[in-house]
Design a protein around this ligand. Structure first.
Ligand code: CP
Ligand code: NVA
Length: 305
């Protein structure tokens, strides 16, 4: 039987997401009630980080512990991964010793090659092209705060990066629309969007993209791996800050989201990220709950309620 991986958002059907989201609600409730829940006892998650992380490492490691299993952290600095061992060989070896693997790396091709050689499910913990776990947590956060996201409008203001591509895939699965505004020269790479994805509209002016939005979201202007472009990007993205003027163009009950870490005064003003419409701390916490549901689903499949 083919192994189920979560390498990009479009890897799951709506039905699978609905199941995982339902489990995330149950698992979150248990956590809040201090109710032990150990379906992954004796199971091991291996986490491979080729880039820095706070939230992703913590949520996967704490989550696996809370599910009764163990998590092992590897990085490229002190494992053979940083010394040229082929990805295919690493996948063969690691997947014989654990039950599930999470990887944060550079190109999506790396995680695809790893998964093709893995005996166990592989989860994308961020690549240059996708960040599906974060968008799953964000969709879950929207559902908690406002109910169904189907038919809603999400405004994406800023860089055409991994978060945007996962949002565009989520829009297709959940049936919402994304208003995208990126500065000239930082446009969407159409090779990273499915040809049949008609769930987004591009706006040259970021304020226009926020008009009547139900959710306004942004991310850093310089993602990990692109640090040498930082000075140039600071100039190009001038005007793409999500500030209170842009939030005023959105619906009065619009939410603000940011996957974090954030730079106040660059992509978002302090009054917006620290203001009443911001749900950034819930997004961060929900990484824990949705990923526990994801781990449970990928290791055990659908369980009897
Ligand atoms: N949002 C997110 O993935 O954060 P980390 O880089 O801290 O894991
Ligand atoms: N787009 C950002 C997300 C960090 C969680 C990056 O890739 O660095």
């Amino acid at each position: 039987m083919a192994i189920k991986h979560f390498l990009q958002f479009s890897d799951f059907t709506l039905d699978e997401f609905e199941y995982v989201i339902e489990r995330a609600h149950v698992i979150k409730r248990k956590f809040k009630n201090y109710e032990p829940y150990h379906p992954l006892e004796d199971r091991t998650l291996v986490m491979v980080f080729e880039k820095s992380s706070t939230r992703t490492r913590l949520s996967f490691e704490a989550g696996m512990h809370q599910l009764g299993g163990a998590a092992i952290y590897l990085n490229t600095r002190d494992s053979q991964l940083g010394r040229g061992e082929p990805v295919e060989d690493a996948a063969q070896v690691m997947s014989r010793m654990c039950d599930i693997i999470m990887i944060r790396t550079f190109g999506q091709d790396i995680i695809e090659r790893f998964a093709a050689n893995s005996r166990v499910p592989v989860i994308n913990g961020l690549t240059n092209e996708h960040h599906p776990c974060q968008v799953l947590a964000d969709v879950f956060t929207y559902l908690e705060q406002r109910g169904s996201i189907a038919g809603k409008t999400v405004a994406w203001i800023g860089d055409a990066n991994n978060m945007l591509y996962s949002w565009l895939q989520a829009a297709k699965v959940f049936g919402f629309h994304v208003n995208v505004s990126t500065p000239a020269g930082y446009d969407i790479d159409s090779a990273l969007v499915a040809a049949d994805n008609d769930c987004y509209t591009v706006f040259p002016n970021p304020s226009d993209a926020c008009q009547d939005a139900d959710l306004v979201t942004t991310d850093v202007w310089t993602s990990m791996g692109f640090e040498e472009e930082n000075a140039e990007r600071l100039k190009a993205f001038d005007g793409w800050i999500v500030d209170s003027d842009k939030m005023k163009r959105a619906r009065p009950d619009a939410l603000f989201m940011h996957c974090l870490p954030a730079h106040r005064g660059e992509e978002v003003s302090a009054d917006v990220i620290d203001g009443p419409q911001s749900v950034v701390w819930d997004e961060a916490e929900n990484r824990l709950h949705v990923q526990k549901a994801l781990l449970e689903f990928l290791v055990l499949g659908r369980i009897a309620a």
